[in-house]
Design a protein around this ligand. Structure first.
Ligand SMILES: CC(C)(COP(=O)(O)OP(=O)(O)OC[C@H]1O[C@@H](n2cnc3c(N)ncnc32)[C@H](O)[C@@H]1OP(=O)(O)O)[C@@H](O)C(=O)NCCC(=O)NCCS
Length: 187
């Protein structure tokens, strides 16, 4: 698919570009991001370059995964990414450390879900996280995902094999616009 651009009241979501390599490299040094995502550790500039310049355009072209860079305007620096992992049926996301806690990711994920459900013939979108990732869980819960239990998740790091948190957003729940039931792992 040709990359698309999505807009929300505060954000522009568009495919990362070569000029974003340094921002991705800097953001991916964060210990929390490294703990809770699948980025290589240590994260080198070549990883950022390979992700932005090679993988992301290829994934869009081959309909494998649609990665959106999160910005405050079309020309602004990249603050994070939200991704529809189309082949797996999952959403994934991270935000640079200095920009967290302002509702940015809830807004970005909501926009991607609107787009996914409007153009994909799918029954559900799934979410998973390393157990204990409260921030990510709050975003998913606020976006309407229902808790689906603890189970095996992919690409865990040593020490994280005991299972991860899982949730699902069905098309019917999305369409009904209902807010999610309370999650047992969240306050
Ligand atoms: C998860 C992440 C994307 C959230 O982004 P964000 O823009 O801060 O999310 P939002 O502001 O929309 O919502 C997060 C909410 O969780 C809260 N929160 C975050 N971490 C928390 C924690 N450890 N305990 C309790 N609440 C927490 C925030 O305060 C915020 O709630 P508030 O609006 O009431 O203040 C960001 O923290 C991140 O990039 N983390 C590292 C990478 C990661 O974990 N990615 C997800 C992998 S599954």
């Amino acid at each position: 698919m040709k990359p698309v651009t999505l807009r929300t009241p505060r954000l522009v979501l568009s495919m990362p570009r070569a000029a974003d390599v340094d921002a991705v490299f800097a953001a991916c040094q964060d210990a929390e991001l490294q703990k809770y995502t699948t980025v290589p550790v240590p994260y080198e500039r070549a990883h950022a370059h390979g992700f932005v310049v090679d993988l992301v355009p290829q994934w869009w072209r081959d309909d494998i995964e649609y990665v959106f860079g999160i910005r405050e305007s079309a020309d602004a620096p990249l603050r994070g990414v939200v991704s529809w992992q189309r082949e797996r049926g999952f959403v994934g996301y991270w935000l640079a450390a200095g920009h967290r806690g302002a509702g940015v990711m809830t807004e970005a994920v909501g926009a991607v879900l609107d787009w996914v459900f409007s153009h994909e013939e799918i029954d559900e979108v799934r979410w998973e996280a390393v157990a204990g990732n409260v921030g990510s869980a709050i975003v998913a819960q606020r976006c309407g995902f229902q808790w689906d239990g603890i189970g095996r998740i992919e690409h865990v790091r040593p020490g994280q094999e005991d299972g991860g948190w899982q949730a699902v957003l069905t098309r019917s729940d999305y369409a009904s616009g209902l807010t999610s039931e309370p999650w047992p792992v969240l306050p």
